[in-house]
Design a protein around this ligand. Structure first.
Ligand code: HEM
Length: 119
């Protein structure tokens, strides 16, 4: 039996680090930083971590909104979506996640594009 993506991303501990780095990258990225100007960063780190844990086959710990509801009315552009994917790739690489897992994870996020961009 092959391991879940959750396990291959380092389980709760590994994903918590990835989510933390990802949030730091978002806050530092010129194209999207203003989107998070009023965010509670530790809450956001927890939301991203629990979202990834639950979505990759780990325990069902995510208590936030579904992706469409979370982004509805924000008028998010394709450029902003790309910036988020760039940050995801950077966070995965920083945490030494292998290419196969990078691909799987990016594909899952890419498939959510229609629930995020211009919704
Ligand atoms: C596939 C891509 C994306 C996924 C999976 C995703 C996921 C999430 C999740 C899980 C939350 C937390 C919702 C909650 O706490 O209830 C969130 C919030 C948010 N997302 Fe995204 N997101 C994506 C793309 C984007 C993009 C491209 C932007 C624009 C730059 C963006 C901006 C935001 C903002 C501003 C919030 C609210 C922050 C806050 O509550 O402080 N997201 N997103």
């Amino acid at each position: 039996m092959s391991q879940t993506l959750f396990e291959r991303l380092g389980g709760t501990e590994g994903i918590t680090k990835i989510a933390s780095d990802l949030t730091d990258y978002h806050v530092a990225h010129k194209a999207i930083a203003t989107r998070f100007a009023n965010s509670d960063i530790s809450k956001l780190k927890n939301a991203f971590a629990t979202f990834i844990i639950s979505g990759t086959g780990g325990p069902n710990v995510y208590k936030g909104m579904d992706v469409l509801s979370a982004h509805k009315g924000m008028n998010i552009s394709a450029v902003e979506f790309m910036a988020v994917l760039d940050n995801v790739l950077a966070a995965l690489k920083k945490n030494n996640i292998a290419q196969r897992e990078q691909e799987e994870f990016l594909y899952i996020l890419y498939s959510m594009r229609s629930q995020v961009v211009l919704v």
